[in-house]
Design a protein around this ligand. Structure first.
Ligand code: A2H
Length: 257
């Protein structure tokens, strides 16, 4: 957050059937198009390691139409910003198909671009902010301390899963995937700092802040991608390439706010 707008890569996470009840729109609305959760990330080079998607259960989201007729889900604030950036049919206008709460889409099955996991699920994260990005966050627990903390909360706390109707199959089979090697932190840097700082949960705000600061610059300047097409190359050299690849394959957009 310096001068000027922040650029995000918006990742199109395709909802696959069976759709959650609230996403069963009629034929006329669907027109055989897909539904996407739109996640905002600063780290497109980590998309291989996605294990799930996060939404805030109590936050309000909207389903609206993109200019290609597909339906996407984000906060209304992001829908409005997107409408001024050429994503919808008319500049500054967006057609709301439905208003939803995060809890209405928990458990939704997704296919996420580049992810080694064929299928991932939409799960609850309580630290999602309504005034940043799209309100949808893709989860890479290998490289994001916030993601790893929320991921472990769900894995270790059956009561937390039950509260939000998250079944075991949506989280227990998933593990952080080694995708980036950082000298001094190994290939699961978020796990390393989480353990080093003895973080207890996603509510451990101060420690999570320290965790992020410890790995943030190192990941960019010293991280090496160890999987995929750009294997062996530095994060700083690969970031833009992967972003471009995702945009060109229509699996992501650039977005500013
Ligand atoms: B990042 P900044 Cl691997 N509320 O993506 C909370 N967090 C949000 C959000 C919201 N509304 N919108 C986006 N984010 C997350 C990947 C990642 C991210 C990795 C490592 C660090 C990291 C996978 N999750 O972010 O405050 C998204 O998570 C470190 C901060 O706008 C997004 O990038 O700078 C990042 O925070 C945007 O944060």
């Amino acid at each position: 957050e310096g001068v000027g707008p922040q650029e995000y890569t918006l990742i199109k996470m395709k909802v696959i059937k069976p759709y959650p009840e609230k996403l069963n729109f009629n034929k006329k609305t669907m027109k055989n198009k897909s539904i996407f959760l739109i996640a905002a990330t600063l780290r497109p080079e980590t998309m291989y390691g996605q294990t799930n998607c996060w939404v805030h259960p109590d936050l309000e989201y909207v389903a609206f139409k993109l200019n290609d007729g597909s339906i996407c889900i984000s906060t209304e604030r992001a829908a409005k910003n997107m409408s001024y950036q050429g994503f919808t049919n008319k500049n500054g206008e967006y057609e709301i198909i439905a208003k939803l709460k995060g809890q209405n889409i928990l458990g939704a099955k997704l296919r996420a671009p580049l992810s080694f996991n064929e299928v991932i699920y939409t799960l609850p994260m309580l630290s999602i902010k309504s005034d940043k990005g799209t309100g949808v966050v893709t989860s890479v627990p290998s490289d994001s301390p916030d993601d790893y903390a929320a991921f472990i909360d769900l894995k270790k706390k059956p009561a937390f899963r039950e509260k939000y109707n998250i079944t075991d199959e949506m989280i227990l089979p998933y593990e952080p995937i080694p995708i980036i090697e950082i000298p001094g932190f190994g290939n699961l840097c978020a796990v390393a700092v989480y353990n080093e700082l003895k973080i207890q949960s996603q509510n451990d705000k101060d420690k999570l802040q320290i965790a992020k600061e410890r790995i943030y610059l190192k990941a960019f300047y010293e991280g090496v991608v160890i999987v995929g097409e750009f294997k062996g190359q530095k994060v700083q050299d690969v970031k833009k390439c992967l972003q471009k690849k995702l945009v060109e394959s229509n699996e992501a957009f650039l977005y500013y706010e």
